[in-house]
Design a protein around this ligand. Structure first.
Ligand SMILES: C=CC1=C(C)c2cc3[nH]c(cc4nc(cc5[nH]c(cc1n2)c(C)c5CCC(=O)O)C(CCC(=O)O)=C4C)c(C)c3C=C
Ligand SMILES: [Fe+2]
Ligand SMILES: [Fe+2]
Length: 351
């Protein structure tokens, strides 16, 4: 049977990673990443000066050393897990071409869209691989995809899988990965550490009278903070805590709490900060700590090095005994099944 003329393809997009754990490739990657006005949202001249005079002269060497600690024989974990995910999803959704693209670096969004077009796809189900909405992640991925297809004469039709921060399939996939680890460790405390964002970017996504302005602004999702990244992270933590049966109350004195990692620069980022919370937990007597990083669907520099290496050392230095990083969803069967569900919910009725 010949291939149908019009097909639906699936495009998974993640943030991207350097080609090699060396200063040159890391500098190229950081230059592209941090030149994005959705990531460093200041005036173009300020962004150029910050990037070229402050970040690029020093950070590539430091970041390359961090990447070397987590690099595998097959390459960067973020890319390796992404490729494994595409292969596993392809086993379940064999009737649709599937491509992985990275917002920065390779495989590029342009190249992945070209491959889908060559396979007759005129409709694309786009999955930004981010559970929570941020202009710097989901917004930037959509910006790039829309901008790329807008240049074509025959623009493909795009259906986007929206943020899935409290989707039952996502929550049960993380529960399936985490439950056996929690049973084995029996931690004193569980920390949900999410990638952070500058406060101003979160405020810009929501009602400024509500978000960040009030200390409890993110405790519930309402119309005014529907797109608040921090409120969506809180929703994930509440759903995961319920599913893992950790109890309803959260806070550093309770069985579970929330924090935000990966700060860059000196402006205020959303709080509390993971690098302050972890030693504080050790200081108040937590000896066995389990850390979930549910802003990421694949292990990467931010989970493996920032939490698995650096935060673990800080926890032990402050008197803690064991910090266990709960692995991310990667290409775990529970996640592949959940992703299949997220995609099928958006597939048009024809192929
Ligand atoms: C979970 C989604 C992500 C959001 C939102 C996000 C925002 C954001 N990130 C930076 C700066 C950096 N992030 C870096 C790495 C990185 N970030 C994400 C995801 C989100 N970022 C991932 C998955 C990764 C890991 C990539 C990998 O190769 O493993 C880096 C690079 C590493 C480093 O030098 O620290 C930077 C820089 C900002 C400024 C930002 C929002 C404003
Ligand atoms: Fe980041
Ligand atoms: Fe908020």
């Amino acid at each position: 049977m010949s291939a149908p003329l019009h097909r639906t393809g699936i495009l998974l997009v993640n943030v991207g990673t350097p080609e090699a754990p060396e200063p040159g490739p890391v500098r190229r990657y950081l230059r592209e990443f941090l030149s994005d006005p959705r990531v460093i949202d200041i005036n173009p001249v300020g962004r150029w000066l910050l990037l070229n005079l402050i970040i690029l002269p020093t950070r590539p060497k430091k970041s390359a050393a961090a990447y070397r600690q987590i690099w595998t024989d097959a390459g960067s974990p973020l890319l390796v897990h992404g490729q494994a995910l595409v292969a596993a999803l392809g086993q379940r959704i064999a009737e649709h071409p599937i491509e992985l693209a990275m917002r920065y670096g390779s495989p590029s969004i342009e190249a992945a869209l070209t491959r889908l077009r060559e396979r007759s796809c005129d409709h694309i189900v786009l999955v930004p691989l981010y559970p929570h909405y941020a202009s710097s992640s989901t917004g930037s991925a959509l910006d790039k995809v829309y901008g790329t297809v807008a240049k074509l004469w025959n623009t493909p039709f795009i259906t986007v899988v929206p943020p899935f921060y409290d989707h039952p399939a996502f929550i049960s996939a993380f529960t399936a990965v985490g439950r056996p680890r929690l049973d084995a460790l029996a931690p004193d405390h569980v920390l949900f550490s999410f990638h952070g964002l500058p406060e101003r970017q979160v405020i810009a996504s929501a009602d400024p009278q509500l978000c960040v302005a009030k200390p409890d602004c993110c405790e519930r999702l309402v119309d005014g903070n529907r797109n608040c990244y921090r409120a969506q992270c809180f929703a994930t933590a509440r759903a995961l805590a319920a599913s893992l049966e950790l109890g309803a109350e959260h806070g550093i004195e309770q069985r579970w709490s929330i924090s935000f990692q990966s700060r860059l620069g000196r402006t205020p980022w959303i709080k509390p900060y993971t690098d302050q919370v972890i030693p504080a937990l050790a200081g108040r007597g937590v000896r066995k700590l389990a850390v979930f990083c549910p802003a990421f669907v694949a292990d990467c520099l931010e989970t493996l090095e920032e939490i698995g290496v650096r935060a673990r050392a800080d926890f032990v230095a402050a008197g803690g005994e064991t910090l266990e990083l709960i692995p991310s969803l990667n290409a775990e069967p529970a996640w592949v099944g959940a992703l299949e569900q997220l995609v099928r919910e958006r597939l048009p009725s024809r192929l």
